[in-house]
Design a binder for this molecule. Structure first.
Ligand code: NAD
Length: 300
């Protein structure tokens, strides 16, 4: 299969490399020359533009930062032709960027109107999962397009779930990260409160990890050093999953909360807390470092 890969950044480069390893011809493009050079070394052919990369591809994958970048890449503009203008009839467009549900639906609509198949397929698993080919894909679009794309996802990921129609892959991603953001704040507040009451972190961990407080934020990504040696707290809060990305995803959840009218007070608050933490110096730390912010804000 020939695959165009647009956006060869932290995630895109290793994902494209895994498609090459699986035997696909991958023609890539990134606006940043250094990203193109790194991908070239991994066996990705580099085109002179996104449109050129897409010209003869069966599948066109985008892995960009934001929704407006995806829509701009699809539509073109400023003299540059867009992916939709240059791709061959019947091609399948897969957007794996994390963007809003509303933008994902616009991207689907643009692709469908131009006669293409389309899926939204955001991922979780981070750079480590992208390199190992163990990403989780959450996919929105038709069952037929999902079935056609499964071998492509299989080369880059280990857990692939069809979540429903257009935009519902993004919906699953932001709903999951809404749970995650809130649960990490909850676990962190409980440790800080426990410490103030005289509990050791280990004692609280031993109780909660076998009781109803049990969750991923406690037992895998534990925000205090000690109980879970592999958690970022034991490694200077090196990500992991950076707080800036959590703030971004909670911002997308906030947009969806506004659009749908869902009553989600904790979601809005979690978005505000991670946004503040990111702008006040925590952006590059793992999101579990939010516990340091909670400690620092606690009364002395
Ligand atoms: P990144 O900034 O490293 O990569 C994005 C790349 O897109 C950049 O290299 C940029 O030059 C390129 N780009 C932008 N517009 C372009 C265009 N029109 N044509 C070609 N290239 C273009 O970002 P990333 O960390 O790889 O993340 C990509 C997406 O995946 C984001 O939406 C992010 O939220 C999501 N995500 C990231 C992680 C992570 O751990 N990094 C985890 C899960 C999901």
């Amino acid at each position: 299969m020939e695959i165009a890969f647009i956006g060869l950044g932290h995630m895109g480069a290793p994902m494209a490399a895994n498609l090459v390893k699986a035997g696909h011809r991958v023609v890539g493009f990134d606006l940043a020359p250094a990203a193109n050079e790194a991908a070239l070394a991994a066996g990705v052919e580099i085109a002179e533009s996104g449109a050129a990369a897409a010209r003869s591809a069966d599948v066109v994958i985008t892995m960009l930062q934001q929704g407006r970048q995806v829509i701009a890449a699809y539509e073109g503009g400023d003299g540059a032709s867009g992916l939709l203008e240059s791709a061959r009839p019947g091609a399948l467009f897969i957007d794996s960027s994390t963007i809003s549900v509303a933008d994902a639906r616009v991207a689907h609509e643009l692709a469908a109107r131009a006669g293409f198949h389309a899926l939204d397929a955001p991922v979780s698993g981070g750079v480590v999962g992208a390199e190992a080919g163990t990403l989780a894909f959450m996919v929105g679009g038709s069952a037929e397009d999902f079935a056609a794309a499964e071998p492509v996802f299989g080369a880059m990921g280990a857990r692939i779930v069809h979540c429903g129609g257009p935009g519902l892959g993004q919906a699953a991603k932001i709903c999951n990260n809404l749970m995650l953001g809130i649960s990490m704040i909850g676990v962190s507040e409980a440790f800080v409160l426990g410490e103030r009451l005289g509990l050791t972190d280990q004692a609280l961990y031993d109780v909660a990890s076998n009781a109803s407080g049990q969750c991923w934020s406690l037992t895998t990504n534990c925000p205090v050093p000690g109980p879970v040696p592999s958690s970022p707290a034991n490694h200077g809060y090196r990500p992991g999953f950076a707080a800036a990305l959590m703030a971004k995803d909670l911002g997308l959840a906030e947009d969806a909360i506004g659009d749908t009218g869902a009553h989600a007070e904790l979601g809005r608050l979690a978005a505000e807390i991670f946004r503040r933490f990111s702008t006040e110096g925590g952006a590059e730390s793992d999101f579990s470092a939010i516990i340091e912010d909670i400690r620092a804000r606690s009364e002395t």
